[in-house]
Write a protein that binds this ligand. Structure first.
Ligand code: SF4
Length: 438
């Protein structure tokens, strides 16, 4: 009797663009598919299902999404092609019109992926997506990053409607995980041997809108989870960063001295045009308050250059404001026109060549600040959580206050915290070298 060849389980791959939230959600969906008997595709293997989790934060991000959708259709011609994520929520028909796409899922339908999967390609793509006013569900997600830290989604959506931003339209209104479920997920991470968790969301400071709970109570509850060494808060709106949160981080066992605050502009006129909910004076007071309680804290600041309305004078206001601000590093974004946003009505527009000049100026300022912040810590004792990395003769990790540290490779240091002294800069000044305690 001829032996029947073993039936191969269907295979899948994810291609994810955008923010940590998207990566956490792709990992959560991937876990669901594996539990349903699908196998992640191996390199060079053809996939039966390809899922592209898209981003819409800039024109470039959308372009990359389309390019990768076409690339995966060419590479996996028999595969069932699914497109989801923020771009799919905002312009489902546009993506459904790409020949070879079988299914487009909006933000609220993303978590029903398994129900929509079919093993045969469609003539015409099926679309399951509704208006952003109908995005209500919170899709829990927690994912191990590519190295050591886990990303735990605690909040989604946004009620702020800044004039340049499409995220409230792509992800709906603010909603969140319950504190109880967040603690359960953190325990699972500890059980898997995870040591560091980054709390992610769209507007984390707005935690509690859908559960009536408070962010400070979430932080306190997570601080009690045994096995987790560190928590980082991925980003907090300056107007939602209370003294209570700063003091909690200063006194907590596991929350590290690392803050990421979106400023966007150092000109109050621009902050008004952006409909941001603070003035630069408030922003400066938050930085001063952090430095008062946590002088060693790493403070990352987001800024947008070249938004409509940003005259040369207003840009100079931003630059001089930042020069006098005690932060550690800038994340500089060039403004990108987004369809349907209020910002499109603001004049004057800023040319892309002028955007480039302003971006370079702020990148240079950011390098100066980062090197100054690093240099001031040389010789200090620190605990470094070394990361899993590609085999090389070096291993890297981060201190609690987010300094990157480099040491000679040791396999037994992966995902381990090591106490050491911070030495001098490495060759490309991207890290401080580790000096080991006798
Ligand atoms: S706070 Fe503003 S910029 Fe941030 S996601 Fe919400 S609307 Fe967008």
């Amino acid at each position: 009797m001829t032996k029947q060849p073993a039936i191969q389980p269907p295979t899948f791959l994810f291609y994810t663009l955008g923010c940590k939230l998207n990566f956490a959600e792709s990992a959560a969906l991937g876990k669901q598919m594996q539990q349903a008997g699908y196998q992640p595709v191996k390199a060079g293997q053809e996939a039966d299902v390809c899922v592209i989790n898209t981003c819409t934060v800039t024109q470039t991000a959308e372009q990359k999404c389309r390019q990768n959708i076409h690339r995966l259709i060419r590479k996996h011609p028999e595969a069932f092609i699914v497109v989801t994520g923020c771009y799919a929520q905002l312009r489902a028909a546009e993506l459904a019109a790409i020949p070879g796409v079988d299914l487009v899922l909006g933000a609220d339908q993303k978590m029903d992926l398994l129900q929509h999967l079919q093993n045969k390609k469609h003539e015409k793509a099926a679309v399951f997506s509704g208006p952003n006013s109908e995005i209500h569900r919170f899709f829990p997600a927690c994912a191990r990053g590519d190295r050591t830290r886990y990303f735990l989604k605690v909040q989604d959506g946004c009620d702020y409607f800044c004039t340049y931003c499409t995220i409230p339209f792509a992800r709906g209104r603010s909603r969140n995980i319950s504190i109880e479920d967040a603690v359960l997920q953190a325990r699972e991470v500890a059980h898997e041997g995870g040591r560091e968790i980054v709390l992610t969301g769209v507007n984390i400071g707005d935690f509690g809108k859908s559960s009536g709970e408070k962010l400070i109570d979430l932080l306190r509850a997570l601080d009690g989870v045994e096995g987790i060494e560190r928590y980082r808060i991925s980003s907090l709106e300056p107007d939602l960063l209370s003294d209570e949160i700063i003091d909690f981080v200063a006194s907590s066992k596991r929350f590290v001295p690392h803050f990421h605050l979106p400023l966007q502009s150092g000109s109050n006129d621009m902050l008004q045009l952006m409909h941001r909910r603070y003035t630069r004076e408030l922003f400066a007071s938050r930085i001063a308050r952090i430095r008062h309680s946590l002088p060693e804290a790493f403070i990352g600041v987001d800024v947008i250059v070249g938004m409509r309305g940003e005259t040369q004078e207003r840009f100079e206001e931003t630059r001089s404001f930042l020069e006098n601000l005690d932060f550690s590093q800038l994340h500089v974004f060039s403004y990108s026109e987004r369809p349907g946003t209020q910002a499109l009505k603001i004049e004057p527009a800023v040319s892309s060549s002028e955007q480039k000049i302003r971006s370079e100026l702020l990148h240079r300022l950011s390098d100066e600040k980062r090197l100054k912040f690093y240099a001031a810590r040389r010789g200090e004792h620190a605990v470094v959580l070394f990361e899993k990395g590609k085999k090389s003769d070096l291993i890297h990790g981060f201190t609690e206050n987010y300094l990157r540290v480099e040491a000679a490779w040791r396999s037994d240091w992966e995902n381990r915290s090591i106490r050491l002294i911070l030495g001098d800069f490495n060759a490309d000044q991207s890290a401080l070298k580790a000096v080991f305690l006798p």
